[in-house]
Design a binder for this molecule. Structure first.
Ligand code: C5P
Length: 272
């Protein structure tokens, strides 16, 4: 008898409405070229290839015809030519693609996408387009934890650097250095958090509704969805992420991502 839990009906929200200023390309990060395609196209293909999504809901900057066209082209690719979408072989479900206008903050973009999910959606993953090379295995680990009953699950990696807290120096210290170290975090309990972050849909909706009353400072401090769920007191579980899931943020990240796609080191980076 097969005792594997049923996979819940899953939507993947891809947030791609950021400005990408730190990358220095003068255009939204989602459009920036990577290995001959855009960052967003790589991200969308990765989601589709994982085969977990019944719907992919993409949040893009409002009124951006180029990103709209990129999403539409991806949808055609899915519908028309399975062979062109890497990993989308027989047996992988072809997801519905929905495009929404993102908001001023990442959380606003997530809320816009949540409002556009198909009615019978049971679980949702929220994924940064900037993590364009996330391996399928990470989607599967998140999906399995949700199917096993987790209400919230995030992919993480151990932290390799020692992490300290600091505050700006004042008085005599200001002449010595800009910051004063105030403490050292215990590294063995720290994890660097990635996406896709998975949630039971009702739990994530409740978390975002609770955040609706935040003031500007509180809203700015929200850097992922799991934070909001933690504030509800709901347990958040962690599964193993992957180095390839790096968030393409700086020019150096883009060089790494290009190297992962086509460089001689590529194969050595592949993790389970
Ligand atoms: O700015 P940050 O690096 O935290 O952005 C993470 C992800 O959230 C990116 O994929 C970005 O496109 C997305 N985002 C968004 N809407 C915003 C800001 C960021 O969809 N207003």
């Amino acid at each position: 008898m097969d005792s594997a839990p049923r996979t819940p009906v899953t939507a993947v929200i891809v947030v791609a409405a950021g400005s990408g200023q730190r990358l220095g390309y003068g255009m939204p990060k989602a459009k920036v070229p990577l290995g001959g395609d855009s960052i967003l196209t790589h991200a969308l293909r990765g989601v589709a290839a994982a085969g977990v999504a019944r719907q992919i809901c993409v949040a893009i900057p409002p009124g951006d015809p180029e990103l709209h066209a990129l999403c539409a082209a991806f949808e055609q690719e899915l519908k028309g030519e399975r062979g062109r979408t890497p990993g989308l072989g027989d047996g992988v479900q072809v997801p519905v693609v929905t495009i929404v206008d993102g908001g001023a903050s990442r959380a606003d973009s997530v809320r816009a996408a949540l409002a556009a999910l198909l009615p019978d959606t049971e679980v949702v993953m929220v994924h940064d387009a900037a993590r364009a090379l996330t391996p399928e295995a990470v989607f599967h680990r998140v999906s399995h934890a949700l199917a096993a009953g987790a209400l919230a699950v995030i992919p993480v990696l151990p932290v390799v650097d020692t992490v300290k807290t600091v505050e700006p120096t004042t008085g005599d210290g200001a002449a010595i250095a800009p910051e004063l170290v105030t403490g050292t975090a215990p590294r063995e309990t720290l994890r660097a958090v990635q996406t896709p972050q998975g949630f039971e849909l009702a739990t994530l909706k409740r978390a975002h509704e609770a955040a609706g009353g935040f003031d500007a400072g509180q809203a700015a401090a929200v850097t992922d969805d799991a934070m909001l769920v933690e504030l509800l007191g709901v347990p958040v579980y962690a599964v193993r992420g992957a180095s390839q899931s790096l968030k393409i943020t700086t020019p150096l990240d883009l060089i790494l991502a290009e190297g992962l796609l086509e460089g001689p080191l590529g194969a050595r980076w592949v993790e389970g």
